[in-house]
Design a protein around this ligand. Structure first.
Ligand SMILES: Cc1cc2nc3c(=O)[nH]c(=O)nc-3n(C[C@H](O)[C@H](O)[C@H](O)COP(=O)(O)OP(=O)(O)OC[C@H]3O[C@@H](n4cnc5c(N)ncnc54)[C@H](O)[C@@H]3O)c2cc1C
Length: 401
């Protein structure tokens, strides 16, 4: 396994770091105190600068103007951008657009690429991904109830989705729906592109999450598909390929998220150490950093971040070198290990800040609220643990003969 960073990559990471310091971190306060919608002009300016520097969409495939990166490099960029909640957006690689770009690139028709992929890659529009439903368990998508029924040259979609991230302001959704109810469960579903100005696509509203409804990209919508008529040419891939396409999003998507979380861990650790060194806690001038328990938290956090980071890079290397199929265990492992590491590190950093940590004067309260979701989306921890545990036990059974 080789995690050597090429000279080209070192230069790119250096440029990204410089941009984050000079252009991104200084405007974060705006993000915390104003609705995302109001920030769009400011963010558009930043995006323009990123494009001028040739750093736009570094994770896109080469044919789409990206750098044609392997997953390890892809992860290193995600780590760097992840230190700010607006980093990925400013560089054009935010979820779920990044995943939608991948699947449109792999499965889209020429017409779909021209109409949806091209403006998406350019950052002219945004998209969302509508799979999870209000009334069925998202952890088992085989239970999905939303349907698309053929009628002439069209599909008519009905269903009740929620947690459609960034639905507000999106130009189109990729909806996962049942098209073939009689088929084998894994072949029942398909992905269909639905423009959001379709009268049958109804954004009920943004879900209030930990006290905040958010807006535009920074929101999670509840969506009703009500007799939503779309042409059959909007089918992405073939009928019944919904799960297969969802699997395709899995590898790069998981590395993207986990390395973004490592970026968040690094940010929280930086704040924890800076505060511990600065906060005088004794009359003789000693600081929090002089307390053994704080030293323990810093040590534990540093070691846990390093372990989680190497684990994720190892999964990325494995997908690139031996393929997704043989990397499934690693891909399951990183999901819950990194999400929980992040949660512990943010919690310790917040605790070190005392009352300041609870306030919105640092990024920590925002991270504490919003990143709790990491243990739920992209497959709840328990689902990944169950799948990993089963695989490991099966392997033992095989080796026992
Ligand atoms: C911030 C955020 C953003 C999201 N963005 C999107 C998006 O853009 N598009 C989209 O389609 N969805 C999105 N989701 C939805 C997410 O994918 C689902 O919430 C997730 O799949 C879990 O489904 P559920 O909420 O229905 O929970 P359920 O399936 O009802 O599960 C509830 C809990 O039960 C436990 N559990 C579930 N299965 C098992 C099992 N087999 N064994 C043991 N315990 C189990 C877990 O603890 C789980 O948290 C998002 C969610 C969040 C929180």
């Amino acid at each position: 396994m080789d995690f050597t960073i090429s000279n080209e990559m070192k230069t790119t990471l250096g440029m990204i770091e410089d941009f984050m310091q000079k252009e991104v971190f200084p405007i974060e306060a705006e993000f915390f105190h104003r609705p995302f919608k109001e920030l769009l002009p400011l963010l558009a300016e930043k995006r323009k600068k990123v494009k001028q520097m040739g750093l736009w969409g570094p994770n896109f495939p080469e044919e789409l103007g990206g750098m044609g990166l392997g997953l390890v490099d892809h992860g290193l960029i995600s780590e760097s951008l992840g230190r700010s909640p607006i980093g990925h957006y400013i560089f054009g690689t935010q979820a779920p657009d990044a995943g939608n770009i991948e699947i449109l690139h792999m499965f889209g028709t020429a017409d779909q690429k021209e109409t949806y992929l091209k403006p998406l890659v350019n950052g002219d529009i945004r998209s969302c991904f509508a799979m999870t439903e209000v009334n069925t368990a998202g952890s088992n998508p085989l239970l999905m109830e939303a349907t698309a029924v053929k009628d002439g040259d069209d599909y008519i979609i009905n269903g009740h989705k929620w947690y459609t991230t960034g639905a507000e302001g999106s130009a189109f959704a990729i909806a996962m729906v049942v098209t073939n109810p009689e088929a084998n469960p894994a072949l029942k579903s398909s992905m269909i592109i639905v423009p959001t100005d379709n009268p049958g696509f109804n954004l009920v509203g943004n879900i209030s999450i930990m006290g905040e409804k958010g807006s535009d990209y920074n929101s999670h919508g509840e969506v009703m598909f009500q007799s939503c008529r779309v042409p059959q040419k909007n089918l992405l891939g073939k009928e019944g390929q919904g799960f297969l396409i969802a699997q395709e999003r899995l590898g790069p998507g998981r590395i993207h998220h986990c390395m973004r979380w490592i970026g968040i861990c690094n940010r929280a650790l930086d704040l924890m150490c800076q505060r511990a060194n600065a906060r005088v806690i004794e009359t003789d001038g000693r600081t929090l950093a002089d307390k053994e328990i704080i030293q323990n938290w810093v040590a534990e956090s540093t070691a846990e971040i390093e372990a989680a980071r190497l684990m994720t890079l190892s999964a990325a290397w494995s997908i690139d070198n031996v393929g997704m199929k043989k990397s499934r265990e690693k891909v399951s492992m990183i999901k819950f290990v990194v999400a929980n590491t992040m949660q512990r590190v943010i919690d310790r950093a917040l605790q070190v800040h005392g009352g300041l940590g609870m306030s919105d004067d640092t990024i920590l309260a925002f991270l504490y609220r919003h990143e709790r979701a990491a243990r739920i989306y992209d497959g709840a921890d328990e689902v990944h643990k169950a799948s990993l545990g089963k695989r490991v036990l099966r392997n033992y059974k095989k080796s026992n003969g």
